[in-house]
Design a protein around this ligand. Structure first.
Ligand SMILES: [Zn+2]
Length: 320
């Protein structure tokens, strides 16, 4: 039966919507602010240097009769370095080149990922694992992706993982690690495969791999401590969003796709699921919360809990 079309936008985690909005507003304000400062470069440097000179003269009365150039030589090293940095980098051209540089970095890193798949992976097509290709085509169409992204399987050397990415202005693509695919095919576990592929299709459809999304959230992923306040929580919200897309496709309340990541490719089929739910998924705790707080993905127990309870999942604290 053909997969029903779903409105993916409605599955976006509310925290993702909110944090992304913060990223957009703060980024634009920050960028425009720095650009305006760059246009007033000479005045900015004069004001900063003037303040530094006045502060030095106030703290060292013996420097009162020295010239500005002589006092400049006596300023603490970090003050002189800041003035040198402003002189070197505070120009409109440099500031305008920063977002261009970030986009080029995205093209470079995703282009390399795509190249690695072209070089070392197997592309799944209508003739290569046709049932997987048909499922992927149906899922991507159901979430509203017009052109079916390339899908690959690559040797993960035992790791169970999948990812999606996009070479800007070229193509979206996704890869599923071979052990993950092999396990789904061997066990005829179509639910898990639909969940995993649906999750990756969600990343593409919700724009998570698009250059503009990465550009607008770039600094929040890297800079400490805003990575803990914005970047990592946004990352976890994105994962919850895509889990909802995967679940909308698979409708598997047992969450076998996530249990496979929890217990490994053999034991997930043999484990006592209700016992695991009671002992882990339904439990909270301080250390669990700390691990979650420091992770790019929500902890697996919380992801399973969110799907089973049909809620949005806690980004910082566990939702019961
Ligand atoms: Zn994901």
């Amino acid at each position: 039966m053909a997969q029903q079309t779903i409105d993916v936008g409605k599955l976006r985690h509310p925290v993702e919507r909110w944090l992304f909005g913060v990223c957009v507003v703060v980024s634009v304000v920050l960028f425009v602010g720095i650009l305006l400062l760059a246009f007033a470069r000479d005045e900015v440097i004069a004001v900063y240097a003037g303040d530094a000179l006045a502060t030095y003269r106030q703290a060292n009365p013996e420097a009162a009769n020295l010239s500005d150039e002589e006092v400049m030589e006596l300023l603490p090293a970090e003050e002189r370095e800041t003035i040198a940095l402003l002189e070197e980098y505070l120009s409109p051209v440099t500031i305008l080149l920063v977002p261009v540089g970030i986009v080029l970095l995205v093209v470079w890193s995703f282009g390399r990922e795509y190249g690695k798949l072209r070089a070392n992976a197997v592309r799944i097509t209508a003739r290569q694992f046709p049932e997987v290709h048909a499922m992927w085509a149906e899922l991507t169409r159901a979430v509203g992706i017009k052109e079916v992204p390339h899908l690959y399987t690559i040797n993960g050397n035992g790791d169970l993982n999948a990812f999606a990415a996009c070479v800007p202005w070229h193509r979206n693509f996704s890869a599923i690690y071979s052990d993950l695919l092999e396990t789904c095919l061997r066990n005829e576990d179509w639910d898990s495969l639909k969940f995993i592929l649906g999750h990756e299709a969600g990343h593409i459809r919700l724009g998570h791999v698009a250059w503009w999304y990465i550009l607008l959230t770039f600094i929040y992923q890297l800079a400490f401590p805003i990575n803990y306040l914005i970047g990592l929580p946004l990352g976890r919200a994105k994962e919850y969003s895509c889990d909802k897309v995967g679940h909308a496709m698979a409708q598997d309340r047992d969450c076998k796709g996530l249990l496979m990541l929890t217990a490994g490719k053999h034991l997930y089929h043999a484990m006592d699921v209700p016992e695991h739910i009671e002992e882990s998924v339904d439990q909270g705790g301080l250390w669990l919360t700390i691990v979650n707080f420091m992770s790019t993905h929500p902890v697996l127990a919380w992801r399973i809990n969110a799907i089973r309870k049909g809620h949005n999942g806690g980004v910082i604290f566990r939702r019961a």
